[in-house]
Write a protein that binds this ligand. Structure first.
Ligand code: ATP
Ligand code: MG
Length: 129
């Protein structure tokens, strides 16, 4: 969960949605990311015009780093629940569709493949990888 979600007091709402879907929390930590960790996490966006703003945003306050597990295709289940990147296009019923408006402040990140999930778990919870 990104800093806007923590700031807005949406931890319970968003984690509640994941739990209601039957995803189990395996690891959770509230932490403020340093720039090196944030840039490693978002490395695929390095060089993009929005990169500096993205790093400034994701490091501006605590994020809730979560690993959740489910019976299968969990990264895809989570991405479907999160909704489109731009909240103005995110479907109602999704986290971004219901709770966000701005592209920059879209509340939650989700790994976009099993490989990304593995890579990101290694960054944030190396003992789990
Ligand atoms: P995230 O990785 O944060 O879960 P996502 O996978 O839906 O989001 P990505 O394409 O990975 O979308 O972009 C990462 C983040 O960078 C987005 O959440 C958004 O805040 C920002 N971003 C992406 N594309 C743009 C853009 N064209 N203009 C401004 N910001 C952007
Ligand atoms: Mg992404």
């Amino acid at each position: 969960m990104k800093p806007d979600g923590v700031e807005r007091g949406l931890i319970g709402e968003i984690v509640g949605r994941l739990e209601a879907k039957q995803l189990g929390v395996v690891a959770a930590e509230l932490r403020t990311l340093d720039h090196i960790t944030a840039e490693r996490h978002y490395a695929e966006h390095a060089g993009k015009p929005y990169f500096a703003d993205l790093i400034a945003f994701i490091t501006r306050g605590p994020v809730l780093v979560l690993v959740v597990e489910g019976p299968r295709d969990t990264w895809q289940v989570v991405r479907t629940m999160i909704g489109a990147t731009n909240p103005t296009q995110a479907a109602p019923g999704t986290i971004r569709g219901d709770l966000a408006i701005e592209m920059a402040e879209n509340l939650i990140h989700g790994s976009d493949s099993a490989e990304s999930a593995q890579r990101e778990i290694e960054i944030f919870f190396p003992h789990l990888a």
